[in-house]
Design a protein around this ligand. Structure first.
Ligand SMILES: [Zn+2]
Length: 316
């Protein structure tokens, strides 16, 4: 046995001890958590996030208990749960208590369209929170909830597109109906696609991100139609393109970070609990949904008052 070999062996045994101590201390901190390499195959997804995983719970109650301690899905859950609850409150009270008293000219169509969007935002974010909280129960539940999560995204994109179509073509109902039918058909195709088990495969991540961007971008066609029909200024004010463009920036930015796993792929293990790509994606989705809500309100005000309010918070 050479001296070099002995030094190497000592170094290796030190590293192994260090690794074991790390694992043991992680177990001591919370026995319900584990590291990436301890996960069964069905739970392994992102090898750049090394620790903080909730072990398979085997029960719904234990999944709900995971809301009370910190793990690498905690931020994912709450970044959508809190905004989801906020959209639910808006859905119940906003149009009735705020909008209609201020603008008695509000029609039933306005009421339905605005609440339709709020319902879509609530459902999308709630489905996402449920997925991140309940997927640890078992492989079967993980597959089921991931499909629910994707369906939530399709619902939000569909509700967003229809609300834009309504205000873009509120006085051109044939256009509104044709584009709405196209959106429903595209949404149904997407739903059929995401319900297919292959769509959920690990190596389809970039494809998944591109797929949802493609569906969301189908909304450009009616905007271009509006520009050709009404001219650029009128069309941009009808659908509040400034806010829709910001919405697109947030959604695309989020999808790119998600697709390429930035920043954890640059520094594996450094963003396990805070700051990894999925959390950033969630925050950007919420910002995008707020921009869309602002666009819908701006379009509503344009129709009812003829005024254009370019600032995000200035609605008067
Ligand atoms: Zn998510």
């Amino acid at each position: 046995m050479s001296a070099t070999t002995t030094v190497r062996q000592r170094r290796n045994s030190k590293l192994q001890k260090k690794g074991q101590n790390g694992k043991e201390s992680a177990k001591k901190q919370n026995p319900r958590l584990c590291r990436y390499e301890e996960l069964p195959d069905w739970q392994q997804d992102n090898d750049k996030i090394l620790s903080g995983y909730v072990r398979e719970t085997g029960s719904f109650r234990k999944c709900l208990e995971s809301l009370t301690y910190m793990h690498n899905e905690t931020v994912n859950i709450y970044t959508h749960l809190i905004p989801s609850a906020t959209y639910l409150v808006l859905l119940m009270f906003f149009t009735d208590l705020f909008l209609i008293p201020q603008f008695p000219s509000t029609t039933m169509s306005d009421y339905i369209i605005i609440n339709f969007y709020l319902l879509g935002a609530f459902l999308c974010l709630m489905c996402s929170s449920c997925f991140h909280c309940l997927k640890q129960q078992s492989e079967t539940h993980s597959d089921l909830w991931s499909k629910v999560d994707y369906m939530g995204i399709i619902i939000l994109i569909s509700c967003s597109t229809v609300s834009i179509l309504y205000y873009g073509f509120h006085d051109h109902l044939l256009h509104f109906k044709i584009f709405t039918v196209i959106t429903v058909v595209l949404g149904s195709c997407c739903a059929a696609f995401v319900l297919n088990d292959r769509f959920n495969a690990k190596n389809w991540r970039v494809c998944r991100a591109s797929f949802f961007i493609g569906f969301a971008f189908s909304g450009i066609v009616p905007i271009v139609t509006g520009v050709l029909e009404f001219g650029i200024t009128e069309a941009f004010r009808r659908v509040q393109v400034k806010f829709v463009a910001w919405e697109a920036v947030f959604y695309i930015g989020g999808a790119v970070l998600y697709g390429f796993r930035i920043p954890e792929s640059l520094a594996p293990g450094k963003f396990d609990l805070f700051g990894h790509s999925h959390q950033l994606f969630h925050v950007l989705v919420v910002l995008g949904s707020l921009c869309h809500f602002r666009a819908v309100l701006g379009s509503y005000l344009w129709v009812h008052t003829g005024n254009y309010y370019p600032n995000f918070l200035a609605l008067k």
